[in-house]
Design a protein around this ligand. Structure first.
Ligand code: UDX
Length: 447
């Protein structure tokens, strides 16, 4: 098979397919990326992937190239894994990389080979690709849509042991070919949903929109709890025991980010509008509005506590969009950091993995790789990404080097009692009790 596009999705899928025993040619026009993969290094951080790459390289199951070659002609399946970023104008997804990838593939496409899309696309894209290919080649291609649900930080495991396999196809040959490819997983009992192309395209956006909605729902409860004086984390625990609701994706905080959820939700809104469904997108617009409102909350809390933030020394703990990745795309933490900068604060960011990326893209933010130094003289500390090392941090040890100030837990992950005991004023998002209690202390201090 060929795997076209070696970003997060493509590189992981290529390595996973090779581990499953298939013969894989990974293709990406970015020569630096290809060279890195050829030499055995992964151009991003993902646990376990480097070991898996060296294993499949040493048993000759994988090869990387910057363009198609004769091997491509022999492939039974060509996986499209190129990016579909948000368009520079508007909310919709830019599918142009997909069409370019197909154009480059067509001279090598055998008539009975299957093209299988994994990229997340607006519903109807596969139909456009079929038409495009038919116009150029003069025959109807075998096309499948086979969405991928991998989560960063556990991408290899999710690819090897997915909780479902979705195969949307234009024809029976395509479905049969993909079923053969996933034969071992299917025999192990992983459920398969065989469907049409459009449903398969929609499954992926629907899954991401549902997850985003779940997070925004609990963040809406957080807004209520803060005003009413209740604790969202306990509320989430209580409703999560109902297995119709489930406890996952109910952590309130500064909201969801990353390369998928925000972009896919916006593209879904744009596509629904194109389909004339203006009324239906209201729910999704609210999901996004709640998500971006929660980013403002740490700044609001700090302003309620201190008054002005001009010149205040602020530390943001965590820069990646979630722990255990160096991915800073649409990172909630960095958006919070920039909001503090907008208030005139002096902002330092700490992160175990992604600081080089932060320095390269956020010139207004200072970075400090040493955690104890980062804490020095900080008046406001915000937990933006719940890396394990922050959860395990002993507040007494950092309080020695820094005068205890205000700590805002943007992810409900810290030990409240320990931080308070070390002298810090502590507020967690979605916890009305902390906010009322600390606010009254700050007004006493001001008085
Ligand atoms: C997501 C989907 O989970 C995955 O199925 C899809 O293939 C790609 O998009 P990923 O981007 O790796 O995966 O991140 P995910 O683990 O879903 O987290 C997304 C964001 O939501 C993160 O910023 C995370 O911090 C936030 N989140 C998650 C919450 O704010 N609360 C939660 O309860 C869970």
């Amino acid at each position: 098979m060929t795997v076209i596009g070696l970003g997060y999705l493509g590189a992981t899928s290529a390595i996973a397919f090779a581990k499953m025993g298939h013969q894989v040619l990974g293709i990406d026009p970015d020569q630096a990326k290809v060279r890195a993969l050829q030499s055995g290094s992964i151009p991003f951080f993902e646990p376990g992937l480097d070991n898996a790459l060296s294993e499949v390289k040493s048993n000759g199951k994988i090869r990387f190239a910057s363009s198609h070659d004769d091997e491509s002609r022999k492939a039974n399946v060509h996986f499209l894994c190129v990016g579909t970023p948000q368009s520079k104008v508007g909310l919709s997804a830019d599918t142009s990389y997909l069409f370019t990838a197909v154009d480059e593939l067509l001279p090598y496409l055998a008539k009975d080979s299957v093209i299988a899309g994994k990229s997340t696309v607006p519903v109807g894209t596969a139909d456009l690709l079929i038409e495009h290919i038919r116009n150029i080649k003069g025959f109807l291609p075998h096309l499948s849509w086979n969405p991928e649900f991998l989560q960063e930080g556990r991408a290899l495991e999710d690819s090897l042991y997915p909780n479902r396999i979705v195969i949307g196809s234009s024809d029976r040959h395509s479905t049969w070919t993909l079923r053969q490819l996933y034969r071992n997983q299917i025999e192990e009992g992983i459920p398969v949903v065989e469907t049409d192309l459009r449903t398969a395209e929609l499954v992926k956006v629907a899954a991401n929109a549902f997850l985003a909605t779940k997070i925004s729902f609990i963040n809406l409860m957080a807004e209520v709890a803060e005003v009413a004086g209740a604790d969202t984390a306990e509320l989430a625990k209580a409703i999560g025991y109902d297995d119709r609701i489930g406890s996952k994706f109910l952590r309130n905080g500064i909201g969801y980010g990353g390369g998928c959820l925000p972009k896919d939700l916006r593209s879904f809104v744009a596509r629904s509008r194109e389909l004339g469904l203006e009324d239906s997108v209201g729910l999704l617009e609210q999901v996004e509005a709640i998500n971006s409102r929660r980013r403002n909350r740490p700044v609001e809390i700090a302003k309620e506590y201190f008054g002005s933030l001009v010149g205040k020394e602020v530390l943001i703990l965590g820069a990646s969009f979630k722990p255990d990745t160096d991915d800073i795309r649409d990172s909630p933490s960095l958006e919070v950091a920039e909001l503090f900068v907008g208030e005139g604060a002096v902002v330092t960011v700490h992160d175990p993995m992604s600081l080089p990326k932060v320095s390269a893209t956020y010139p207004t933010l200072r970075t400090q790789p040493d955690l104890e130094t980062a804490f020095r003289n900080k008046e406001v500390v915000v937990l933006g990404t719940e890396w394990g090392q922050y959860k395990q941090l002993d507040p007494a040890s950092v309080s020695i080097s820094s005068r205890p100030g205000l700590i805002i837990d943007g992810r409900n992950a810290l030990d409240v009692a320990a931080w308070k005991q070390a002298g810090w004023a502590f507020m967690a998002l979605g916890n009305g009790f902390h906010q009322v209690e600390e606010k009254s202390q700050s007004s006493q201090a001001v008085a």
